[in-house]
Write a protein that binds this ligand. Structure first.
Ligand code: CTP
Length: 417
């Protein structure tokens, strides 16, 4: 994390605005630069002077103030994080619609930084289908909408709709800042991977038994394609080596396809010529049938069944590491592996992951805890990115796009080290 990061703190027109003064203090005490952008309505609850005094910065609400500073785009462009608390139903509706009718909504539109909203409103408003739809829209665009707390509201009523405590919002904001590079090297902004070529393998291999049967696995390719998309957004040239995918191919990648582990090894090795980084997100079969039957294997007798003999497939990731050891100029400079791990009596998920990082000799290892319902085919994912030099250890839980953002950040950091 860089020493000082720039936070835009938007204030919505709700009574919980008074609690945000404590959040502002937490940001300031941890060394961040904070620009407070209140909505006009919020000034009924907390006045401009409070925000100016606590932030040490001038405070505006309209795009027509301090026009010479072009605040309506500069604040958003410079921000490392936009936090809005309290986020009212009206403000979220405007943001979901992409409106830009005050300085705060302009700032959100003009920013590529992560946006975090802390809604606060009466339960009826939070439960209203309009609000539900707006929250879903914002979340689908990658906005972090924190769930409101349950408790006493402004009047006699209580229920979901309370703004979470400033300490909790501070912790969530710190988490977002930790997984986001500074503005200057954020993907898509200045292009953390501009001029770089990144190879990403994705999907599951299939090892044929006969013309109609294969040994496969449950990988959907969603995490790998999300990484390809994030690398594209960061300005990289992306070569996607796709095994079997249950998801679309991102527009803009150079696509290479492979079905078996042996084909994938050839495609990945070719694609890595001159590449800066490779991300092995594909689920590669460790074994393949020793023999391929040219015609369909038939039932014989009443209850007989064939015995399958398997042989080991090459470890593609280890092969890339070995090749670079033999000739460092061959690259790629950064080799990223994935580990789908479960804990067992011999060690925790992280014990196995650290051992695998050492064994495989790659630079970064994206550790994914899998189980019957975790990881494969799901929309959300929880991973830890370990780096061999110990420089980065990023933990991120969220959509596969959010995880992909963290992987690309760690990748860009490693390339720049
Ligand atoms: N991998 C590979 N070639 C293989 C198997 C795996 O390149 N034949 C890569 C995967 O793409 C992934 C990493 O190795 O990046 C880890 O794969 P995983 O299946 O989790 O680990 P294994 O090495 O198979 O170890 P284990 O048997 O302990 O699961």
């Amino acid at each position: 994390m860089t020493a000082q990061q720039r936070i835009v703190l938007g204030i919505g027109g709700g009574i919980a605005a008074y609690k945000v003064a404590a959040l502002l203090r937490l940001f300031k005490e941890s060394g961040h630069h904070v620009d407070v952008v209140p909505t006009e309505a919020s000034l009924h609850f907390v006045g401009r002077a409070t925000w100016e005094a606590l932030s040490g910065q001038p405070v505006h609400t309209s795009v027509f103030e301090a026009v010479e500073d072009v605040n309506h785009v500069r604040l958003g462009q410079d921000a490392d994080l936009v936090v809005i608390a309290p986020a009212t139903a009206d403000l979220m509706a405007r943001l979901a619609a992409g409106m830009a009718n005050d300085l705060l909504s302009n700032t959100v539109l003009a920013s590529r930084a992560p946006v975090m909203l802390a809604p606060a409103m009466h339960t009826e408003m939070w439960d209203n289908p309009a609000t539900t739809a707006n929250v879903a829209t914002l979340r689908s665009r990658g906005v972090t909408v924190v769930d409101p707390a349950v408790g006493r509201l402004t009047g006699q009523d209580s229920g979901p709709g309370r703004m979470p405590d400033p300490q909790d919002l501070f912790a969530e904001a710190q988490r977002l800042l930790a997984t986001t590079p500074a503005t200057s090297d954020r993907p898509g902004a200045a292009g953390a991977l501009a001029g770089r070529t990144v190879v990403v393998s994705a999907g599951g291999t299939r090892e044929p038994l006969d013309p109609v049967r294969f040994l496969g696995n449950r990988s959907s390719g969603k995490q790998g394609t999300a990484i390809a998309r994030a690398a594209l957004a960061a300005g990289a040239t992306v070569k996607l080596v796709a095994a079997h995918l249950e998801t679309g191919v991102p527009e803009g990648v150079e696509l290479l396809t492979a079905s078996t582990a042996l084909e994938l090894r050839e495609a990945v090795t070719d694609a890595c010529e001159g590449a800066d980084a490779v991300v092995m997100a594909a689920a590669v079969a460790d074994f393949r049938p020793a023999d391929y039957a040219r015609s369909k294997i038939k039932k014989k007798g009443d209850d007989g069944a064939p015995t399958l003999t398997l042989v080991r497939n090459p470890d593609i990731l280890a092969g890339l590491v070995d090749r670079r050891r033999a000739d460092p100029a061959a690259g790629p400079a950064v080799i990223v592996g994935f580990a789908a791990e479960t804990g067992d009596e011999e060690g925790s998920v992280m014990d196995h992951a650290r051992a695998k990082l050492a064994r495989k000799g790659c630079d970064l290892l994206v550790v994914n805890e899998v189980g019957a319902t975790l990881g494969f085919g799901t929309e959300d994912n929880t991973v830890t990115v370990l780096s061999a030099d110990g420089a980065d250890e990023i933990q991120v839980a969220g959509t596969k796009d959010e995880v992909a953002g963290a992987v690309v950040t760690a990748l860009a950091n490693a390339l720049n080290r």
